[in-house]
Ligand binder design. Structure first.
Ligand SMILES: *Cc1c(COP(=O)(O)O)cnc(C)c1O
Length: 221
């Protein structure tokens, strides 16, 4: 078995310069995260707010914490002080709550709009026209403490590469059609797509941020 630092090094050597690596450390002990940290990794992704907050509390403060999981509105307050990027924003009410909590801490929180690209019912996300409607709403303009910096998507869990590729392409084209919108709360730069099994394909389809867990830290039990 290869070590965490070797896994990281191998993956990073294959990533183009413009692609950011989020090390997905959910369920893993702090000692594993520290091994990645010692190897130079500074961006970690978690899918549970409580777990992320606990790890943030005890780990070095130059880490960027990304929330990659589904977010319940009543839990935003537990991460508002420190979270760097929230990937899974899939409704406007959630965006408003993130803005409200960010304001309390006098900061701006970057968010990605989660677009539903998978055919599976289990995946969260909004349609492209839902996203366009958000940008057009007056309410959105009143949110001074959030910035939408791009989109995120999750492909269907399948072996069918052609299908995954189609879904990634649809996220890329959603980003391309949104990116021309000019709005003070919108700075389009990130397409978050690709995980351990499909990040190479995601990059070929235009991903700028990959979320890789098991290929770095090993399988989760
Ligand atoms: C767990 C998770 C990942 C990482 O998955 P791996 O297959 O372990 O790389 C990426 N994105 C999201 C949203 C996740 O929940």
């Amino acid at each position: 078995m290869t070590s965490i630092s070797e896994n990281l090094k191998n993956i990073k050597s294959t990533l183009p310069e413009q692609v950011t690596l989020v090390a997905v450390s959910k369920t893993k002990p702090v000692s594993d995260l520290m091994e990645a940290y010692e190897a130079g990794q500074r961006i970690f992704g978690e899918n549970k707010i409580q777990e992320m907050a606990e790890k943030h509390e005890i780990m070095p403060k130059d880490i960027e914490w990304h929330m990659i999981g589904h977010v319940q509105r009543n839990k935003v307050k537990y991460m508002a002080e420190f979270v760097s990027l929230i990937h899974g924003v899939d409704n406007f009410k959630l965006l408003k709550e993130i803005n409200k909590q960010a304001e309390k801490h006098e900061r701006t929180i970057n968010c990605l709009l989660q677009i539903k690209i998978a055919s599976e019912d289990s995946k969260f996300g909004m349609t492209l026209s839902d996203a366009e409607a958000i940008f057009q709403s007056e309410d959105f303009s009143s949110l001074k403490n959030i910035k939408v910096t791009g989109v995120m998507g999750m492909a269907t869990f399948t072996e069918n590469e052609a299908q995954i590729k189609n879904e990634f392409n649809s996220l890329k084209s959603a980003f391309d059609s949104l990116k021309n919108i000019e709005h003070p709360n919108f700075k389009p730069e990130t397409i978050s797509m690709g995980m351990s099994g499909d990040y190479k394909l995601a990059i070929a389809c235009g991903s700028t941020m990959v979320r890789v867990g098991s290929s770095i830290f090993g399988h989760r039990s």
